[in-house]
Structures are given as structure tokens and as C-alpha cells.
Design a binder for this molecule. Structure first.
Ligand code: TYD
Length: 202
């Protein structure tokens, strides 16, 4: 049996990634792929409990980093790897690039420390494809302004998201083979057309 593929979706809060998840699943299913949609932090019963804490309890940025990776450890072992072994296409709404963007870029945790956690938790395991939904922060914060009950991250100011956006773009520049940067300010049909092209070759 052929192994599946691991596809991750990234972007600042409000970049519009959730809008495109159903289309991404549909495009892959249309090519006969079995698709599993999952998310981080979360994706397992324990991971979802950690998500609650991460989104709503104040904590030190390094505690936040370690809990993100604790949830990820469970997610990789219980969900992602077994599905990939069955030939499933796993689509995760966020993964480790979010830790480099949010905890390093946003909160100022050193990339060396996040790199150590990455090595510990996942070794050489990396996504096959990462779709970065990119939009100017003025646009994403405007979209967020309508959100009810914003979580700890969504309550942050424009500077925080500016640093996160820059950290994501730097990651995309560092790993051009697996990243595709999508201009998330374009009309939705144009984005779907681009997604169709990208996903036709994974
Ligand atoms: P998200 O699923 O985008 O929230 P929503 O349900 O509002 O769309 O992500 C939850 C938050 O977690 C988001 O603000 C980014 C943050 N996050 C990190 O800070 N580091 C990480 O490693 C991950 C996976 C997420």
C-alpha cells in the first residue's frame, strides 16, 4: 500500500484558512484520495483538552511551547502516522510551523528552543506540503474584529500578528520545496483554482 501524504495549513488568525478546508478535502477526494481532516493544537482527546488550556489560560510562553508540543506528540503517534501508513491524506489545520511563527515570532521564544522540541517530538518527520495562507495584517485583523469570544491569541494586537506573518514568510523562504504561499487576499474562486493546481500534483 502506498503511504499517504501529510499536508499542513498555516497562516495568521483571520488569514482565511478555515474557509478553504472543505475545498481542499473535496479536491483530494475527487482524485480518489482518502482524506483525514485534523487540527493543532488538538486532534486527540488529550490534545483537545490541552487546546482548551492553551487558548484560554494565561501561561509563560515556554509553557505554551511545551504544551503545544505535548499535544503534537500525541497527535503524531495516535493519529497522523497511523493514517499515513494506511495511505490516507492527512490535512492538518496547523502544525510545527505555527510554533515557529507564534511562539518564536509572536512570543519571542528562541528558535533554538523550539528547534529542540521539534527534534525531540518529531525527529525528521515533516509535512510533505505546507500551504501558507498569507494576507496583510490589516486585512486579517479586520476579519478577526467580527469574531465572538476571541481566544488568547486572537486578542493580541497588530504587532503580534505582524511578527507572526514575517516568521511564517521566513519559514516559507527557508523551506521552499514544501511551502506554497497563497495570496489569501484574492477572491475565493481564484484561490480554489490555485489550490486545484497545487493539489493535482501531490
Ligand atoms: P486555530 O485553529 O487557527 O484557531 P481558530 O479555531 O480560532 O481558527 O488556532 C488556534 C491558535 O493556536 C492560533 O491562534 C494559533 C495557535 N497556535 C500556536 O500558537 N502554536 C502552535 O504550535 C499551534 C499549532 C497553534
Amino acid at each position: 500500500m502506498t503511504a499517504g501524504k501529510f499536508i499542513t495549513l498555516e497562516g495568521v488568525d483571520g488569514a482565511g484558512k478555515s474557509t478553504h478546508i472543505p475545498a481542499i478535502a473535496r479536491l483530494l477526494q475527487a482524485r480518489g484520495k482518502e482524506v483525514l481532516l485534523t487540527r493543532e493544537p488538538g486532534g486527540t482527546p488529550l490534545g483537545e483538552k490541552l487546546r482548551e488550556l492553551l487558548l484560554h489560560e494565561n501561561m509563560h510562553p515556554e509553557t505554551e511551547s511545551m504544551l503545544m508540543f505535548a499535544a503534537r506528540r500525541e497527535h503524531i503517534e495516535q493519529v497522523i502516522r497511523p493514517a499515513l501508513a494506511r495511505g490516507v491524506y492527512v490535512v492538518s489545520d496547523r502544525f510545527t510551523d505555527a510554533s515557529f511563527a507564534y511562539q518564536c515570532g509572536g512570543r519571542g521564544v528562541s528558535t533554538a528552543k523550539i528547534g529542540q522540541l521539534e527534534q525531540w517530538v518529531q525527529g525528521d518527520f515533516q509535512p510533505d506540503l505546507t500551504l501558507l495562507f498569507d494576507v496583510p495584517v490589516a486585512v486579517s485583523t479586520q476579519r478577526l474584529a467580527g469574531a465572538r469570544n476571541p481566544d488568547r491569541f486572537e486578542q493580541e494586537g497588530a504587532d503580534f500578528f505582524e511578527r507572526i506573518r514575517n516568521a511564517y514568510l521566513a519559514r516559507a523562504g527557508q523551506f521552499p520545496q514544501r511551502f506554497r504561499v497563497i495570496d489569501s487576499g484574492k477572491p475565493i474562486p481564484e484561490i480554489h483554482y490555485e489550490l486545484e493546481e497545487i493539489l493535482s500534483i501531490v
